[in-house]
Structure formats: structure tokens, C-alpha cells
Design a protein around this ligand. Structure first.
Ligand SMILES: [Zn+2]
Ligand SMILES: [Zn+2]
Length: 317
């Protein structure tokens, strides 16, 4: 395996990448959001074989999973972080709100963290690199935990004024950012309400809350976090990148195309991550549909010569 081509030397992380610390309440909320859905997921396994799971729950869970996953992949990630296309105002607001319903934190902090990840990928200053502690088995286990979840429990906050000034200057996005607590309530209660109305029972509301709210949020959390952890550790690296990003095919469907992560780091503003033959990328297909409807313009579709230049072995950088 060849080492990644570096196009710049490793600069030390500048001092202004952080801005203050999370408050104790914010720290507690991050832990609650991460741990409670996880406990629900563990508890769900024996429950599944007994009682309290039917097609209504599965349908609602699949619907809210797909909706909120696309809010993150198409909205938070490809649009707001990387500007892979331009959206009209109603879609822009909708994507910000639906992405917020994934319970991965308010939009501005999410985007600032992710832009910082790309700016310092797998180097000092990256908020969630698995390579921070070294390459021994113990260091990698620690690094995996850090990249997957541990980084969220650290107190430092990414400096949004440096990494997301465009969003801080946008009144619509600031409003959605402030509405994060309300959107959290909506994402947890909407499935319960739907389950209750469809089955016309409190029991139906409760099981829908369990599967389509808690379990759905937990599964999407872990799929998203796996892009930060697994997709910087294991997989194919067809393109040169300045980091350890990798294409991990088993997560392509669940992550809606985000696990083609080596291709993404090779060309971050590209609207399609699965650029290879047969690489399924549901998010790119959704952007394509939006483009057909005329809701998005200036989509940055992959350019063959750009990727060809980055193929390993042909790079001249
Ligand atoms: Zn990455
Ligand atoms: Zn990215």
C-alpha cells in the first residue's frame, strides 16, 4: 500500500480553531443523546422476539430513518458543509430542519466540526481522527472509540466564527439552529403520534416511540459515527488524499452513500460520493431528483478528469 500524497506540510493547528467550552448542561445533553438511544438499541434485541414490534413500527422507523439520514447527508453534509449544490430557500430551510431531527446537534456546530475535520483530516486539529494515539493495537482501539463517540464528550467547541461564518450570517439558518430543542421534541414525538393514530392505541404509540424514535436515532447515530471511525480506518483507498479516509462498502446503503469516504475526501465538494462503477449513492440520486424538480442548481457532479488525476499511481502532486 502506498502512502497518501501530501500536497502541503503539516501545519500546527492555529489557536483560533476553538471557541470556549461546552456548558455542563450541554455536556450532559451530549451524553444523554449518545447513551440513551444506545441502551434502547441493546434492549431492543430480546424485545424483538417477544412482543411489541409490528409492521407499523418497522414502516415508521424506516420512514424517519430515511428522512433524517438524508437531512444529514444531503443537507448538513453535502450542501451546508461542502456547497455541492445551491438550493432554493424553502428546500434550504427544510434540509436544515430535517437534518436537525437526526439529533446530531444543532446545524452550525455540526457544520463547523465537519469543516474542521476536512481542514485537519487525520492531523492535529481534526476533531475525530482515529489516528491520534498511534498505530499499535491499543492505540487504535482508543482511537476508534475517540473517533466514533469519545470526541463528542470533550469540552472544546469548534470556533463557528472561523469555520461557519456563512451560516452565522444567515438568519434562516440561525433560526433553525436555535430551534434545535424543539426539533428534538418533534423527531421523538412525531413517530409516537403517527403510531398512535395508525393503530388507534396507546400501545401503538409506545412501540412506535421505541422503534421509530429511540432505536431509529441510535442506529443513525452509529452509522454516521462509523463514517468518522471505520471509514478512516478500514476499506479501499483508490484515490490519493491527505488523510486515511477509506471506501467501506458494507455501509453504503445504510449511510446513503457516505461510506464512499475516500472518494469524498479526494473531491469534497462533489455531490456524488459513490463515483465508481456500481457504487450505490442514494443521497446523490436524491440530489439528482431535486435538480430535475428545479429545486437545486449548480450541482457539482463528478468530473472524470478530476478523479482520474487523483487515482493512485497517476498522481503527480
Ligand atoms: Zn472524513
Ligand atoms: Zn465531508
Amino acid at each position: 500500500m502506498t502512502t497518501a500524497v501530501r500536497t502541503s506540510p503539516n501545519p500546527p493547528a492555529p489557536a483560533d480553531i476553538l471557541a470556549g467550552e461546552k456548558t455542563p448542561t450541554q455536556m450532559m445533553l451530549v451524553k444523554l443523546f449518545a447513551v440513551i438511544p444506545l441502551l434502547a438499541l441493546a434492549a431492543s434485541i430480546p424485545v424483538a422476539w417477544g412482543w411489541g414490534l409490528d409492521w407499523v413500527d418497522i414502516g415508521l422507523a424506516a420512514f424517519f430513518y430515511t428522512l433524517t439520514c438524508l437531512g444529514v447527508t444531503v443537507g448538513f453534509h453535502r450542501y451546508f458543509t461542502h456547497g455541492a449544490f445551491t438550493a432554493n430557500r424553502p428546500l434550504r430551510i427544510a434540509l436544515a430542519a430535517i437534518g436537525s431531527m437526526a439529533m446530531q446537534g444543532p446545524i452550525i456546530g455540526w457544520v463547523a466540526d465537519h469543516r474542521r475535520h476536512h481542514a485537519f483530516a487525520d492531523r492535529e486539529g481534526d476533531p475525530h481522527s482515529p489516528w491520534l494515539y498511534g498505530t499499535s493495537a491499543g492505540a487504535l482501539a482508543k482511537g476508534f472509540w475517540h473517533a466514533h463517540m469519545g470526541w463528542m464528550f470533550q469540552r472544546e467547541r469548534t470556533n463557528a466564527a472561523r469555520f461557519a461564518p456563512d451560516l452565522l450570517a444567515d438568519r434562516d439558518i440561525m433560526r433553525v439552529d436555535r430551534l434545535f430543542p424543539l426539533l428534538t421534541v418533534v423527531t421523538l414525538l412525531a413517530p409516537a403520534l403517527a403510531g398512535g393514530l395508525i393503530t388507534w392505541s396507546w400501545w401503538g404509540a409506545l412501540t412506535a416511540f421505541f422503534w421509530a424514535s429511540l432505536v431509529r436515532v441510535a442506529v443513525l447515530h452509529h452509522v454516521t459515527w462509523s463514517v468518522n471511525s471505520i471509514c478512516h480506518m478500514i476499506g479501499a483507498r483508490p484515490y490519493t488524499a491527505r488523510d486515511k479516509s477509506a471506501n467501506f462498502w458494507p455501509l453504503a446503503i445504510a449511510s446513503m452513500g457516505e461510506s464512499w469516504h475516500n472518494s469524498h475526501h479526494a473531491d469534497p465538494t462533489c455531490a456524488r460520493h459513490g463515483v465508481g462503477r456500481g457504487q450505490i449513492d442514494v443521497s446523490a440520486r436524491v440530489i439528482w431528483i431535486f435538480e430535475r424538480f428545479g429545486w437545486v442548481t449548480k450541482v457539482r457532479w463528478p468530473r472524470a478528469e478530476r478523479f482520474a488525476r487523483k487515482l493512485r499511481g497517476t498522481a503527480t502532486a
